[in-house]
Each structure stands twice: as structure tokens, then as C-alpha cells.
Design a protein around this ligand. Sequence first.
Ligand code: SF4
Length: 395
Amino acid sequence: MSPAGPPTPPLRDRADACPGALQTHSAADGELARVRVPGGLLRADQVRVLAAAAVELGDGALELTSRGNVQLRGLRPGSAGELGDRLAAAGLLPSDSHETARNLLGSVLSGRAGGLLDARPWIRGFDAGLCADPSLAALPGRFLATFDDGRGDVAALGGDVGLFALSPGTVALTLAGADSGLRAGPADAVALALAATRAFLAERAGQGGTAWRLVELAEGLARVTARVAGMQVEAPADPRVEVPAEPLVRPIGAVPQDDGRTALAAVVPLGRLTAAHLLLLADLAAEVQLTPWRGVVVPDLADGSAADLLVEAGLVLDTDSPWTRVTACAGLPGCAKSLADVRADATAAVMVGSLPAGGARQHWAGCERRCGRPGGAVVDVVATGSGYRIDAPTA
Ligand code: SF4
């Protein structure tokens, strides 16, 4: 179901300032770099490169973001160039000019367990097409593309442009998280998504060039659809399909793969992966997948026996754990705007069993900006300077 009612577009009087690997952000605890990981898919050698960079250049850990990307914090001054070199050598920075636009989410476990098709070729194809088109370097850093194999996990996350498999042979183009009505076969779907991405930029330019997201354009869904339909793919379908409003699946624990092997899906408490976690992950599998709900999947295992190692390391595979329902922004000391050390406070509340709102799904934030807030029905736990205010989700 699409969100009810048209959103009120914010007025943008400046370009977005999303951090990247090269375009770092100065935080209270040092420089912060965000590394885009299309589809959340990382080879073991890339995991090791990130672990070494976190230890040798940063604060020793990676932060997972709600877009399946990673952040390094506390980078020593002047280390951005060295970080860029390391990332480029590992294949994590294929284009300096497009780095902040590569926000690509893919269905978790696609091609391994469930789904109507394998979305991974879409992710690789879209990323390559994006980086090969100089005009797409102008995409805002807030741009998001989603590639959902039909299971309804990432289609729900409000991508500006998305592919959503309706059957093994039919793919819907989604725009701002809603069905555009445009269809393609799986082989033509990447071209359709790239056409929609260019159409977003063209429409954005036509409306003054300041919007960060497609939803911020006046009649964005209709106008971008019309631009793409003008290039003609398949005629808009009617009626439109309903795109899930919340992810329909978020695997936790052992998941049987279609090939008989096992994947282990773990929640990472507060999204912080230490170097020790990273080296364990790299030892267990040739590839891991980061999830948009701040978790990590270790696939292609002979069985689930490695679960004990992950749990001993502090990762969570228990669906009843409160950590499956708690997220937090950086807070103090990393963010100077914060009114509290929200991570320490949230951790203490989990440990003593005193989470507010009966332990409902909740996001702790050090100020009203609520950075990193997941979508959907989430209780906000907001620092006020004299405790926390609990905001129930709006209907
Ligand atoms: S929500 Fe506020 S305190 Fe938290 S990271 Fe964002 S700006 Fe900082």
C-alpha cells in the first residue's frame, strides 16, 4: 500500500551534503566516510579491506546504515585519500564522480533463498550503467534505487526508482515507492530503471533542480512516468499493483537456501560491526550481504553450526531479542547536535529490560532530526536534554 495522501515537499535551497568515501563529513569524533555497497553485497576480501581501514584509519568499527551501506568514523585527519585508494583497489569505489549516487538496495538473499528471480544481476547492471553515464553523476546523494525480486522486502523502502518482480517474466517499475504502471521483462528491466533515473533528473531540472528525492517533485510520479513512457517500454498497466508499505520479510536466524545450503541472518546491535566481527564474517563466507535493517547475512554455509560463533561475537540470531526492535542514531560523542549518549542509554535499557513503549519497535535519537530512523511504524525515543520524549507512531 502506498503512503496515504501526498507528502508536503520540503523546500531545498542547497545541494544535499551526503557524505561519501572521498567527500567526508566532519563529525564531533573526527571525519566520517560513507562507503556505498550496492545490494549490501561484499566479498570476503572487501570485508577485510574495510576491517583494516577501520582499525588503521578510523575508530576500529563500521556502522551499518539503513541503506545497507557502511560508515567509518573517527578517521584521522588527512586520511581520506588513503581510504579512497584502498577502497578503489578493492573494487569498492568504481567511480569517484558517482560514489554518493550508488545507493542501491537489493532483496536480501536474492538468488539464494526465495524470490521470483535473482535480483543480483540487476544490481550489477544498474551500478555499471549508472557509473558509465556521466550525466548520472548529478544525482543527489539521497537518491535510492531498490531491486526487489518479488518477496516485498526492499520495494517497501521508498526508493526513488525501483524494480519489483511481479512474476518470473514481468517486472514493475516503481517510482517514489509506488507502482508507475510501466512494465518490462527481466532482461530489459535495468534499462527501464536507468531510463527512469534519467527522467527523474530531467524532471528535476525542469522544476528548478533543487529536489533531493523524486517524492519532492510536483506530481513526480506522474511526470516521471510520462517521460519514461514517452521513450516507450510497455504501456502502463491498469490497475496498478500495491507495493508493500513495510518489508514483508526480514530474515533472522538460520535460513535454508534453495541449493540445500544454509544462510545465517544476524542483527547487528545498533549497527556497529567491530573489526573482530568483520574478520569472523570474512572467515566464514566468500560473500556476505548487509541488510537495510542493520543486519548481516552469511550465506552458502554447509549447515547452521556457525551460529554459535556469531552469537559469541555479540551478533543476534534470536527473533525474540529486543535488539531486533531497537535502532539509534550516532548521538554523543559522535554528533555535536546530540543531547544524550543515545547508544549507551539504549544499550542500558536493553540490558536491564526497561525499553519504553513496552519494547515496541523503536528508534532512539539525540535530537529532533532522528537520523537513521527506519521507515514504517516506529516509536521515536527522542533526547530532550532532560530525559527522553516517547513519540508513538502516527496512524
Ligand atoms: S538525530 Fe540529531 S543527534 Fe542523532 S545523529 Fe542526527 S543530528 Fe546527531
